[in-house]
Design a protein around this ligand. Structure first.
Ligand code: HEC
Length: 396
């Protein structure tokens, strides 16, 4: 396909995905906040709580009926399409970038030499399986104990990330772990929360009292969504930052620490909005978790061999030029020789000494401190060559 189509397709899908996700996360944070700020009032029946808000030049009084109001309102807004569109656009974006261009983004032969078809099949299958196991755990007897369920789910997600780390490039593993979590969130809305809501409404219309089990199950799933939200966004962004996946071995730990950090930040807000004080310790814990993740990726990332090599002159030595031109320039030149690339990726050109000198820091970041480039080491850069680049880029 025309490279311009690839680029534009990727940009438009990402645009849709980010906007839909903002609308979804925005409304879900809003309702979590609203739920926590509801108060009982003397003049209202016990099952009704209310909260006041001020926004956009007016005051709003929001009321919540624990299960459903005594009669169906004429106008009822369902909050679901933000979630569905986030998932649909995310699935398309995943296929567009990671499955259709898997040699650049997903497959790392040093991890596992998958064919593009197998890589895509494991990804799509893993995401579906990821949901089925989660849903099964929630419906099992374990589901009746919220704390035990959360502990098991935490271990489960870390295990999922280890599975993906054994199959894919680091960025592919983090992104797929994020995709499993995002699918759990959407599945919760699509397959549990909304259907339960519909059942309650149907009972209401028949003049019956809605079964509170529906509401409780929905609340459990939306609490999971609440704790997952921040880690998902982190995992979706992390694939753009190679230092977060510099070490394949550290990926499960990075995922675990991100889950902890994201959940702790939500704990802070959930308590604060419920009027139960400011749990500043939660921020401390989250910061410590992120610092630990950063520390681990640095310690476990590819060893920095620069120490053993003397720093060379500022100019680009012929040996460096030869390596970069040989291993990088087929993609990173004004008219790339690599099929499917219409222009140098991210505008990074590496085909002549001046350009190479300008990119010294980026070369260090992407080919020495991490092995993000060449993608999946597709051009077969050797450890020896990385040592030469390490020596030349030291201190840049
Ligand atoms: C097979 C093609 C290919 C080869 C070979 C290749 N790259 Fe890349 N490079 C890419 C692609 C694709 C991207 C865009 C990645 C993205 O979108 O995150 C990229 C991005 C980059 C970036 C920008 C990263 C950013 O996020 O700003 C740098 C720097 C880079 N490559 C350096 C190198 C170096 C150094 C080499 C040689 C050691 C190299 N590349 C070899 C395809 C290649």
């Amino acid at each position: 396909m025309d490279p311009y189509l690839w680029e534009w397709g990727s940009l438009l899908l990402r645009w849709l995905h980010v906007v839909a996700a903002m609308a979804w996360i925005g409304s879900s944070f809003f309702f979590m906040h609203l739920d926590a700020s509801l108060r009982a009032r003397q003049d209202l029946p016990p099952e009704v709580k209310s909260a006041w808000q001020v926004h956009g030049g007016g005051f709003y009084e929001m009321r919540k009926w624990a299960v459903a109001p005594p009669g169906m309102p004429d106008h009822l807004t369902w909050h679901k399409w933000q979630a569905y569109w986030t998932w649909i656009s995310g699935a398309l974006l995943l296929a567009w970038i990671y499955y259709a261009q898997s040699e650049l983004y997903l497959i790392d032969p040093e991890v596992r030499d998958l064919s593009p078809l197998a890589a895509a099949a494991f990804g799509a299958g893993g995401i579906v399986l990821g949901w089925l196991v989660y849903d099964g755990l929630c419906r099992s007897p374990l589901g009746r104990n919220d704390a035990a369920l959360l502990a098991v789910l935490f271990a489960y997600v870390v295990l999922v990330s280890a599975g993906f780390a054994a199959l894919y490039s680091g960025r592919g593993a983090l992104l797929h772990t994020g995709a499993v979590l995002a699918t759990i969130m959407t599945g919760n809305v699509f397959l549990v929360i909304i259907p339960n809501q519909r059942k309650a409404v149907a009972q209401l219309l028949r003049g019956e009292t809605p079964d509170p089990r529906y509401g409780l199950e929905g609340k459990q799933r939306s609490t999971h969504n609440n704790y997952i939200t921040l880690p998902v966004v982190f995992l979706m962004l992390a694939n753009h930052y190679p230092l977060t996946w510099a070490s394949q071995a550290a990926i499960p730990a990075v995922v675990a620490l991100t889950l902890v950090a994201g959940a702790l930040v939500r704990v802070f807000y959930n308590l604060r909005h419920a009027g139960r004080g400011n749990a500043w310790w939660a921020w401390g814990g989250a910061a410590a978790a992120i610092a630990a993740a950063a520390f681990l990726t640095i310690r476990l990332g590819p060893a920095d061999p620069a120490a053993e090599w003397p720093t060379q002159a500022a100019m680009v030595p012929p040996a460096v030029e030869e390596i970069v031109v040989g291993r990088c320039a087929m993609c990173h030149m004004p008219a790339p020789a690599w099929a499917g690339l219409g222009m140098p990726p991210k505008g990074v050109v590496l085909d002549h000494p001046e350009a190479i000198a300008r990119q010294a820091y980026a070369i260090r970041l992407h080919a020495v401190l991490t092995h993000a480039m060449p993608p999946g080491n597709i051009t077969g850069m050797t450890a020896e060559e990385r040592r030469v680049l390490a020596a030349w880029t030291a201190g840049r």
